[in-house]
Design a protein around this ligand. Structure first.
Ligand code: PRP
Ligand code: MN
Ligand code: MG
Length: 178
C-alpha cells in the first residue's frame, strides 16, 4: 500500500483559477434569474473546487453536501457508490448544480445524478473540474468540465491518494518511483 512516489505538477493553481472564472460565467448564464441555486458538493473530493467555484458565482446560492464514496483508500473504483451522508436541504422543484472533482469511470456522478433526479429538482446540471474520458465505464458526460486529462493518477486540489495530498493547491500526477 505504501509505495514510494513523487508528484509532478500537471495543472497549476493559476490555471485552475482562470478556468473557474470562465466556468462561473457559463453557469451564471445557464441559471440566470434563478431564485436560488442549490450547489451540491460531493464529499470529500469536491471540497476545494466548490469553495472556489461558489465564490466566483454572481448568483443567489445555497451550499449543500452529499458524501459518496466508491474508491475508499484503493486506487481502483469499487463501482459501488455508497451514499454516506445525505443532503441537509430539499431539492424538489429547485435549481441544482452538482459539483465534482473528477469523472473517471463515471459511476459516482451517474449514480449520484440518478439519486438526486428521483427527488425531482426543477433543473439539475453537473460540473466536474477534471474528466478522464478514456476510463469511462458508463455513458456519462458532465454538463461542464474544467480540464480533460489523460489516464494518469492525479492528486491535489481536493483529490486524494489513500487520503493523502488533498491539500495540494494544484493538480499533480503521481509517479511511482519503485
Ligand atoms: C473519487 C472522486 C470522484 C470519484 C470519481 O471519489 O472524488 O468522486 O472517485 O470516480 P468514478 O468516476 O470512477 O466513480 P472517492 O470515491 O475516492 O471519494 P472521495 O471523494 O472522498 O475521495
Ligand atoms: Mn469523490
Ligand atoms: Mg478518493
Amino acid at each position: 500500500m505504501s509505495r514510494l512516489y513523487v508528484i509532478d505538477e500537471m495543472i497549476s493553481a493559476k490555471a485552475i483559477a482562470a478556468r473557474i472564472e470562465e466556468l462561473a460565467k457559463l453557469i451564471e448564464a445557464e441559471y440566470e434569474g434563478t431564485e436560488k441555486l442549490v450547489v451540491i458538493g460531493l464529499l470529500r473530493g469536491s471540497f476545494i473546487f466548490i469553495a472556489d467555484l461558489v465564490r466566483e458565482l454572481d448568483l443567489p446560492v445555497e451550499v449543500d453536501f452529499l458524501e459518496v464514496s466508491s474508491y475508499g483508500d484503493a486506487m481502483e473504483s469499487s463501482r459501488e457508490v455508497r451514499i454516506l451522508k445525505d443532503l441537509r436541504g430539499q431539492i424538489e422543484g429547485r435549481d441544482v448544480l452538482v459539483v465534482e472533482d473528477i469523472v473517471d469511470t463515471g459511476h459516482t456522478l451517474s449514480r449520484t445524478t440518478e439519486y438526486l433526479l428521483a427527488r425531482h429538482p426543477a433543473k439539475l446540471k453537473t460540473i466536474a473540474l477534471l474528466d478522464k474520458p478514456s476510463r469511462r465505464e458508463v455513458d456519462f458526460k458532465a454538463d461542464w468540465i474544467g480540464f480533460e486529462i489523460p489516464d494518469e493518477f492525479v492528486v491535489g486540489y481536493g483529490i486524494d491518494y489513500a487520503q493523502h495530498n488533498r491539500n495540494l493547491p494544484y493538480i499533480g500526477k503521481v509517479r511511482f518511483t519503485e
